[in-house]
Design a protein around this ligand. Sequence first.
Ligand code: HEM
Length: 374
Amino acid sequence: TGAVEFTGAHQAGIVTPAQDRLHFVSFDVITEDRDELVAMLQAWTTAARRMTAGLDAGSVGAVGGGQYDVPDDTGEALGLPPAGLTLTVGFGPTLFTTADGVDRFGLADRRPAPLVELPSFRGDAIDPARSGGDICLQACSNDPQVAVHAIRNLARLGAGVISVRWSQLGFGRTSSTSTGQDTARNLFGFKDGTDNLKAENTSTLDQFVWVGDDDQDWLAGGSYLVARRIRMRIEQWDTATLNDQEQTIGRAKGTGAPLGQQAEFDPVDFTKQVDGEFAVPQTSHVFLAHPTNSGTAILRRGYSFVDGSDGLGRLDAGLFFICYQRDPATGFVQVQQNLRDDAMNEYVQHTSSAVFACPPGVTGPDDWWGRALF
Ligand code: HEM
């Protein structure tokens, strides 16, 4: 129920122990006026500081003003604790230059080279209407109403400057980002996040997650966010035998142990054989995703979603995959390319795609989201 500190060297919501609920939103910037954009980011920062501390979005509040004033908070979080609310902002490639090369806000020479649209991958079925965007906000909280309230109020503050392009609700974290957390299960019923990068391992985070000072100055201490809405073919998965499911993932469903080992956190041994076969099949998800074979590591922070059903009697369900890395090319893209022959591909399909550069954390009381960029 507590509050997570909003300020710091890095933005909260990346290595913060993953909360249980997500409201993710991607915006198009609709103004052409750079000053309006800056003013909105300043107003957002003030409101984000307040809401992550459990306060109303504005200083008057939902019911603190006059009877004939429009309230500066929408009210549905009145009386609710922040429940670990974090708000994380990111800037998409199109904020810097449009697809046809227009420098919209004089930021073109500030665009970090790695911030480019992701390539397409085998099996993708990307819906452009829920992909991309100029600015994203990731709200995570242990209370869904708190996360939704935060996004709603920030979108409201941006009226005339931004419009919502697409958004995604997530329930049930599919990753842990701290060694203090239990590993949750995804919609395939498997523990997910066992071998994730964790907050406690700071040297690995410096190596794989935080952008160094060799890139654009304004991004040092930041990170890149990749978001992929991955539809899971639940009904098909549910007809697979337990053995097939475990061979697909490369871990035991009950314990989460790597196949051939006993306990969840036992190290994976890709050389181990059982009856002349590799215990962890070379086509399994874990085999192909593991740093030994992908040559890299990412911090996963995704959530399960069920967006009702699809009109054909199937759940429109899956994993809203989010990962953080210091460079998308050597992070998500490299792992995803290595997963091209993943046995799990039979059961999943990526339906949206986006990439954002997340600036470092807000530090002093006058600092605001993106100050060093503008
Ligand atoms: C590991 C599920 C998509 C990268 C795992 C594990 C499960 C899992 C159950 C094993 C537990 C663990 O170590 O966390 C899924 C499901 C997905 C999905 C259900 C889609 C619906 C992806 C994607 C990527 C990815 C798109 C990256 C491109 C990884 C990595 C590991 C992992 C890096 C850790 C491997 C290791 O070090 O052993 N995933 N995953 N996963 N997954 Fe996924």
